[in-house]
Design a protein around this ligand. Structure first.
Ligand code: ADP
Ligand code: MG
Length: 582
């Protein structure tokens, strides 16, 4: 029988798949390792490159990869949808600096995983998608789940490849991992045809390259360091913006030392929060709009002038502020507005260079500068407006009141996941981040549905820390079934669903003839989803119950879910100008 005929016969349906592709594969490895199976070669190569977490769903033809991953000491977590698994893989990249892996079956499984590729690539996070594929030798015949997967992945990856032989798999894995963490971090894809996964090679024919070194961390030219400090020294209204590139680059000690030495006001981006504690007196987060609009010199540290920072343009920013830009990616410099001083390289090392230069020639932004007073005024005005909403005693609760009562219960070392439009935006103001890489949210790609995967990733990486996922009811709905994963693996995650009956709010009762297009089932019992799998669920609709219930949920062993019913008409703080909410 010709090779491809055998394969075609084998793949009539998933049930007919060759037995070697089923769960039994794991135990089949020859004990002396005279020969290695494909799954083992793949898993060993990943482990060698520092890939510690793999999230996925098995099926033909990737059973053997998951089984081997477990055997090789990779933390394999079986998910319910590849989409959530792929988001989780990206979050591992952000939290650890080495890519998390997502394992998917061919075709539709791989397509679901593209969501995570796009999300990771957009956030500049390393991740690896590995997907099964039909045998190399039946391409084009209409094989089971056959699809152009390398092409699908191309626009969302820095690296995408299909290994040409089992022997060379470790070479491709090393390239993928290295590409994902060197330079600007991003996503990588490896296509795994079933004949490679199920193949066998003599052990001596496989060469496993050593772990690729941590990424090069370039420093800046001394003259540029001076130019940056000169520009800051001459500024009347300087502003430092700390982005998630600073968080990813583990620049927290250096950035904090820089801010404290210079006494410059700083503004964190959503996931730059915590690089310097939010409680730091030099944070001007409460005066965000004012600070951005009035600053004359802006120093970006690992942040982009994309939509999150309003493209660096009016009306949200001044017309052409002078810009100092620190970024690992040279091609990012001058995006949207011209950069005056470019510091291309690693945030930790370059801010370290700035600190050394300041030590030699101290520079402190004046304590009595009018800019400082103006920022303080704007901060206190905004804080007062928000405080009133936090103390609001009316029921059903609004966002501010609910989040404020939740805040009071959060443990100090919590890792926070936040998503949902209003839930996420308001949580950014109300819930502080005191440590770096303690906030995960919809990010640069504005992705809804990331929360459950992110929470599982955070709990996998931080076995010793509580993880709290605060999600709108809509956001939770995208991947709510993933709570089963947390129950199965005993992960200490507390879900808090801020339930307003829909997308941007809902109704008290649905119109039965034509349900409102943006509304979901009113007062849905999301806590029962958690209970279905052995976790603890709570339903809260009063202020009196909220704090104590969240405290109880946090104290529970294993996962729990608090379903918080809020006002379906609750809204954000009214903005001064319409363009502020665009
Ligand atoms: P934010 O959403 O916080 O503004 P972005 O994801 O838009 O953050 O920008 C982060 C930037 O940080 C990217 O342009 C990326 O190239 C850069 N970056 C990533 N790692 C480092 C690093 N180690 N040092 C400096 N910049 C980095
Ligand atoms: Mg909602």
């Amino acid at each position: 029988m010709a090779n491809d005929d055998r394969a075609i016969e084998a793949k009539g349906s998933e049930a007919d798949a060759p037995t070697t592709s089923g769960p039994a594969t794991a135990s089949e490895e020859t004990s002396a390792e005279a020969s290695l199976r494909g799954g083992t070669v793949i898993a060993r190569a990943l482990k060698r490159q520092g890939v510690e977490h793999m999230f996925g769903i098995v099926g033909y033809p990737v059973y053997g990869v998951a089984a081997a991953a477990q055997k090789e000491g990779i933390n394999y977590v079986g998910f319910r949808n590849e989409q959530a698994a792929s988001y989780a893989a990206g979050a591992v990249g952000f939290l650890t600096g080495r890519p998390g892996a997502c394992l998917a079956v061919s075709g539709p499984g791989m397509v679901h995983g593209i969501a995570g590729l796009a999300n990771a690539q957009s956030n500049c996070w390393p991740m690896l998608l590995l997907a099964g594929a039909n045998e190399t030798y039946i391409d084009g015949r209409g094989a089971f789940q056959e699809s152009p997967q390398v092409e699908f992945s191309r626009p969302y990856t820095k690296y995408a490849a299909r290994p040409d032989s089992l022997e060379r798999v470790p070479f491709f894995v090393e390239q993928a991992v290295r590409s994902s963490i060197y330079g600007r971090p991003g996503a990588a894809y490896i296509d795994l045809p079933s004949d490679i996964i199920e193949g066998k090679v003599p052990a001596e024919d496989v060469d496993f390259p050593g772990r690729c070194a941590d990424p090069p961390a370039p420093t800046a030219d001394a003259t540029d360091i001076q130019a940056a400090l000169d520009l800051l020294r001459g500024a009347e209204r300087p502003l430092v913006i700390v982005g998630k590139g600073a968080a990813y680059g583990r620049a927290e000690d250096e950035v904090r030392a820089f801010i404290e030495a210079t006494q410059l006001p700083f503004l964190p981006t959503p996931m730059g929060k915590g690089v310097i504690p939010d409680s730091h007196p030099l944070s001007v987060a409460p005066a965000r709009s004012f600070a951005l609009r009035e600053a004359d010199v802006v120093f970006l540290i690992g942040a982009r002038f994309n939509w999150i920072l309003h493209f660096g343009r009016p009306p949200r920013l001044a017309d052409h502020p002078r810009v100092i830009q620190l970024d690992i990616a040279a091609e990012e410099i001058s995006t949207n507005i011209p950069t005056e001083v470019a510091l291309v390289g690693d945030a930790r090392r370059i801010v370290g260079q700035l600190n050394s230069a300041i030590e030699a020639e101290p520079f402190t932004f004046a304590a009595d500068a009018p800019w400082r007073c103006a920022l303080e005024e704007s901060s206190s005005a905004n804080s007062a407006a928000v405080r009133a909403m936090m103390e609001d005693t009316s029921e059903p609760m609004g966002y501010y009141r609910a989040l404020e009562d939740i805040r009071k219960q959060l443990p100090e070392n919590v890792v926070l996941v936040a998503e949902g439009a209003n839930t996420m935006d308001i949580s950014r103001t109300v819930l502080p981040n005191e440590g770096p890489r303690t906030r995960l949210d919809a990010g640069s790609y504005g992705t809804m549905g990331v929360g459950s995967g992110f929470a599982i990733a955070a709990a996998s990486v931080h076995r010793d820390r509580p993880v709290v996922a605060i999600q709108g009811d809509s956001a939770f709905g995208f991947s709510g079934m993933e709570v089963e994963v947390a129950c199965r693996y005993g992960l200490d995650i507390t879900w808090i669903v801020i339930n307003n009956n829909g997308i941007g709010g809902g109704v008290e009762e649905l119109n039965p003839d034509m349900p409102e297009f943006s509304c979901y089932t009113p007062r849905a019992n999301y806590e029962r989803v958690m209970e279905a799998f052995g976790g603890t669920g709570y339903y809260v609709d009063t202020i009196a119950d909220l704090g104590p219930t969240v405290a109880r949920a946090l104290a529970d062993e294993g996962p729990s879910l608090v379903n918080v019913i809020i006002d379906p008409k609750a809204a954000r703080k009214p903005q001064k100008h319409a363009w502020l909410s665009r």
